[in-house]
Design a protein around this ligand. Sequence first.
Ligand code: PLP
Length: 408
Amino acid sequence: MNTNNYPNNFEYFPSPCYVLEEEKLEKNLQILNYVRLKSGAKILLALKAYSLWRSFGLIRQYLDGITASGIYEARLGYEEFKKEVATFSPAYKKREMEELVKISNHIIFNSFKQWRKFKDIIDNENKIRESENRELIEVGLRVNPKYSEVTPPIYNPCIIGSRLGITPKEFKKGVSKYGLDGISGIHFHTHCEQNSDALARSLEHFEKHFGGHIAKMKWINFGGGHHITRADYDVELLVKIIQGFIQKYKTEVYLEPGEAVGWQTGFLIGSVIDIVHNGIDIAILDISATTHMPDCLEMPYRPMVRNSGEVKIKHKKNGKLKLKGEKKYCYRFGGPSCLAGDVIGDYSFDEPLKIGDKIIFEDMIHYTIVKNNTFNGIPLPSIAMISKEGNFNILKTFDYSEYKNRNS
Ligand SMILES: *Cc1c(COP(=O)(O)O)cnc(C)c1O
């Protein structure tokens, strides 16, 4: 389907549907490319946040490769991105490692034990690569610098008892037992939606604990969570930090943002299916928080809705609720699942909502499609793109078979 009627005519859009706006994606990529060129860092797309592979053709013009959380993401990056593949997993299985060595440039381990377990597989692959004059696999270790400003705790990899990253104490033990021969890089990932001042503070802790080893490394990977494309992000400070680090240690620096690539690059469009009343007006949509945007419940946060206003909740003495909006008509948005807590948020509008009205949730491209599920048998939203030229293309629609096949 092709139409130039965007953005005025939402009739053409299936419901529900994620819509990627290519022009906005390219704007993000240009900012990231500026950081690459000015600082000298390499930037990888974290597929965990954004795996819309039909847009990889554009992304690969700007970024150096992808970072994978395991075998499937590594495969997707290898098949469709076709540049560097860096893989980190908290723990690998042998079968996965046998496949990963064929398709990864960097393999990053979460423990010395896992590195030693798979050293032979990697060494053997590197012998083959050497004889064929191909680039060798480089091995890294993920560390825990014991400092992260991330809240809530579910997103904080340095929380007490965290399984993510080798602690300074374990690192010391590992080095004295095995040495670091064969290790090319150190990786830390301690950020989430953060500005560059948080990176400056994090680096102090990283250097304090691991500083003695940095200069011996070919690269240091600063992980993801750098919100580089957000309007208030201090890009120049990031560039300065990276330049200073490279100068001081003579290593390469990698960043692997996910969210910053997909940040504000599109929306999720859905429809009002019914409006019910229980002290307040509740619109039931064909979009579910728990299946289509689970971060609403996990983070939690209230997504922005186009043309809507804020709402304050008042608890009245008789136990009832009252919604008081910035705009006149207030609604609670809920999904079509049976989960009582499948509530997206409260919104106000200038006009009353009608059944069939289209609702547009902003900034719905990252950490949404990759997390979708078919709980309650709820249909998966279609995926569409508005190209730079303004053409509307449906990339993928889903049907009943998706649900059936997942449940055998
Ligand atoms: C999640 C994650 C990323 C990407 O994080 P964003 O917050 O999306 O930028 C990068 N590296 C690792 C190891 C991660 O776990």
